[in-house]
Ligand binder design. Structure first.
Ligand code: GLU
Length: 481
């Protein structure tokens, strides 16, 4: 039997959670859950200079908000912790020593100034920057003695001089890299901290990770990681590198062209359901026309085979459309809870739940964001204070007042106040006055809501209720005259 599937999301706590990070986390989560495996959160904080206070908490909070629960990670110990790299430093040091003993790594004493000079020379000769392997063949006694004396040093891995390395990526297929393009990478820094390359390999092995699913920007590092697996004599995990995220103009998704923090979308009012659905499609698709997926649906359907190689365009219009779709799918009772809070925040009188649910049902198909319920149809909760001046000429033409007055009289007579009885009364009046129904509908809507657009008038009137409708029509007749 093959080993249980274990995957990880391994962010560096350098600030907010990027939408690309959320995609990596989501794909790992989906893959793990689809296969009944474990999803591990590991914090890669070995670059202490880039560490941002509060970033870990923020990251965990955002993942939880999105419903991407990890099985093991900070605060959720499995048997592979600790899950924060700065708490595992001894492990990396002992592994670096192991490689030195085996002749697979070496101490390097080159000063920053020397490395700078080497780089400048390479630049002048139009060569790619790389370490010139100055310390690679120092006699063992000499380098041991220099370390013992306390001379500053790093540890570098020894990359084979000739030959090439081939591996199979689950998304990109066969990848071959010549050893000569790989640098003798620093694996342990002078401060005793490992670099990403050593820490990631040691931890993925120690945490029994079976599949490394991460962004394409890490593809060039993978050959170095594979060499390290070989040097340690470990089985390597499978690799899957997710396609780049692009702006609509096909440039790499960056801060400059809009928001890239998941939080920004959250505060803009996007539902987590829409964000998760949207992010899932940045590189993956179900192979048919379906576009609306819940997290559970995604778990059922997700496979790496359906992740493409081509860059995925981050299209906010699509996200907006998905938000509409997910609002429609959300139970009205749940939406009503959010709307109730928004009404409260506005300082408006909070109606009873049944009323809010009716208002939600009325508008559900028409809103893009949850706050549209109060921003664009606040008249469902408070009498309009103003009447849209731009719509006045069209919505309140000559004769409107008389027609609205006549309708008010008719509605006052109604014993049952339903959309059907309202419609009947209005149409009958139109016939008697020999006008089109619209000539009463538009001014009435304007009187009731202060606006020229909205949901179906009869349904809206039924939701508002007879008292409110009559009160507003009378008050509008006074104000608009
Ligand atoms: N710490 C790396 C990052 O910040 C993780 C890359 C990987 O998944 O190997 O994205």
């Amino acid at each position: 039997m093959s080993a249980p599937i274990r995957v990880r999301f391994a962010p560096s706590p350098t600030g907010f959670l990027h939408v690309g990070g959320l995609r990596t986390a989501l794909y790992n989560y989906l893959f793990a859950k689809h296969h009944g495996g474990a999803f591990v959160l590991r914090i890669e904080d070995t670059d202490q200079s880039r560490k941002v206070e509060g970033a870990i908490e923020n990251l965990i909070q955002t993942l939880q908000w999105a419903g991407i629960d990890f099985d093991e990670g900070p605060g959720k110990d499995g048997s592979y912790g600790p899950y924060i790299q700065s708490e595992r430093l001894n492990l990396y040091r002992s592994h670096a020593e192991q490689l030195i003993k085996a002749g697979k790594a070496y101490f390097c004493f080159c000063s920053p100034e020397r490395l700078d000079e080497v780089r400048k020379k390479q630049q002048a000769m139009k060569l790619p920057p790389s370490y010139d392997r100055h310390c690679r063949d120092l006699p063992k006694e000499e380098s041991d003695a220099r370390v013992a004396k306390g001379e500053p040093h790093v540890v570098r891995m020894k990359v084979p001089i000739g030959g090439e390395l081939t591996f199979t990526d689950r998304i990109r297929g066969k990848v071959t890299i010549a050893h000569k393009v790989l640098d003798d990478q620093v694996i342990l820094k002078s401060d005793g901290f490992p670099t990403y390359h050593l820490a990631v390999v040691v931890d993925d092995h120690a945490m029994a990770i079976t599949h490394v699913i991460r962004g394409e920007e890490w593809l060039p590092s993978t050959p170095k990681h594979i060499l390290l697996y070989q040097y340690f004599g470990w089985d390597q995990p499978e690799f899957a590198h997710l396609p780049l995220l692009l702006n609509p103009d096909k440039s790499k998704l960056s801060k400059r062209q809009g928001d890239v923090a998941v939080e920004d979308y959250r505060t803009k009012g996007f539902l987590k359901e829409a964000i998760v659905n949207f992010i899932a499609f940045l590189g993956w698709n179900p192979g048919d026309e379906r576009e609306i997926f819940s997290l559970e649906d995604l778990v059922k359907e997700f496979s790496l085979e359906r992740v493409g190689k081509a860059g995925a365009v981050f299209n906010v219009e699509k996200l907006t459309w998905l938000n509409q779709q997910h609002i429609r799918l959300r139970p009205s009772t749940e939406l009503a809870r959010d709307v109730r809070n928004l009404v409260q925040q506005k300082g408006w009188q909070v109606p009873e739940d049944a009323y809010i649910i009716r208002a939600v049902d009325l508008m559900k198909e028409r809103v893009t964001f949850v706050w549209d319920f109060v921003e664009f149809s606040g008249y469902l909760f408070v009498d309009p204070e103003t009447f849209d001046p731009d719509a006045r000429a069209k919505s309140w033409p000559d004769g409107a007042a008389e027609r609205v007055k006549a309708l008010t009289d008719r509605l006052e007579q109604l014993t049952s106040f339903t959309h059907a009885s309202i419609e009947e009364a209005l149409k009958k009046l139109a016939e008697e006055l020999n006008v089109k129904a619209g000539q009463i509908v538009h001014p009435t809507r304007y009187a009731l809501s202060g606006r020229s657009v909205g949901p179906g008038l009869y349904e809206m009137m039924e939701v508002l209720g007879k008292d409110t409708v009559i009160r507003r029509m009378k008050s509008a007749l006074e104000k608009l005259d």
